[in-house]
Write a protein that binds this ligand. Structure first.
Ligand code: GRF
Length: 222
């Protein structure tokens, strides 16, 4: 099994609680990888303070400093490639990425979404769930593909939805599960336990199915 220590960058736009949960698991020795940078599109993101406290370099690539989406994304690619990471982690990164960037990191870019996809993609997923009246909600960690919130699913965790919930209450309940699911998905990635076949993500057993471990449609995942 491939247990070499890897590297990842985190892209976050806001408070960065998922970023923090990931760092905590890295620091606890549960993820055999290190975070080489936080990249944000928001100069006021609280995630920047968290990176500072953890001694992690920050790059601000602010959308409004660029004339169009194309030049913004080129700058974003340069910012990521500077660190040559094994994995790109979107942890509350609030911009939809174009195909150039998504295809560049195919099979090594993951995102967390606060719903049980394919239900409730897009913004305000928790509020969408409450309004729809579902009784179970949750979060999804998935590989990023060109279609928003539609890539191969790595992990999902569910929570109940109670009568009287509003979007904020449900978001808090889901967030607790996000903080478990996201570090776990990253741990599986870096311990070579994931494989992708089409849109199915499997978790391999290094003893029973070693040939599958760390493969992306037959090729090495990282
Ligand atoms: C999370 O709910 C995540 O699922 C969504 O954005 C939120 C980010 O929260 N994509 P945080 O910045 O990690 O606290």
């Amino acid at each position: 099994m491939n247990e070499k220590k890897g590297t990842f960058v985190v892209l976050a736009s806001g408070r960065g609680s998922n970023f923090q949960a990931i760092l905590d698991q890295v620091n606890a020795g549960n993820i055999p990888a290190s975070c080489c940078a936080l990249i944000t599109d928001n100069p006021d993101a609280y995630a920047i303070e968290r990176a500072g406290a953890a001694g992690i370099p920050v790059q601000v690539v602010a959308f409004r400093s660029f004339p169009d989406k194309g030049s913004y994304e080129s700058a974003l690619i340069s910012a990521i490639d500077l660190y040559n990471p094994d994995l790109v982690v979107l942890a509350g990164y609030m911009r939809i990425l174009g195909n150039a960037i998504v295809s560049r990191y195919a099979g090594r870019m993951i995102n967390i979404h606060p719903s049980l996809l394919p239900a409730f993609p897009g913004l305000h997923a928790q509020e969408q769930a409450v309004r729809y009246g579902v009784k179970v909600a949750g979060c999804t960690v998935h590989f990023v593909t060109e279609d928003m919130d539609a890539g191969p699913v790595i992990i999902q965790r569910s929570v109940p939805v109670f009568a009287g919930d509003d979007g904020a209450l449900l978001a808090e309940r889901i967030l607790h599960e996000e903080h478990i699911a996201f570090p776990e998905a990253i741990r599986l990635f870096f311990t070579g336990r994931l494989y992708i076949e089409g849109r199915i993500v499997g978790i391999c057993d290094p003893d029973a199915t070693p040939d599958l471990c760390g493969r992306h449609n037959g090729e090495e995942l990282r």
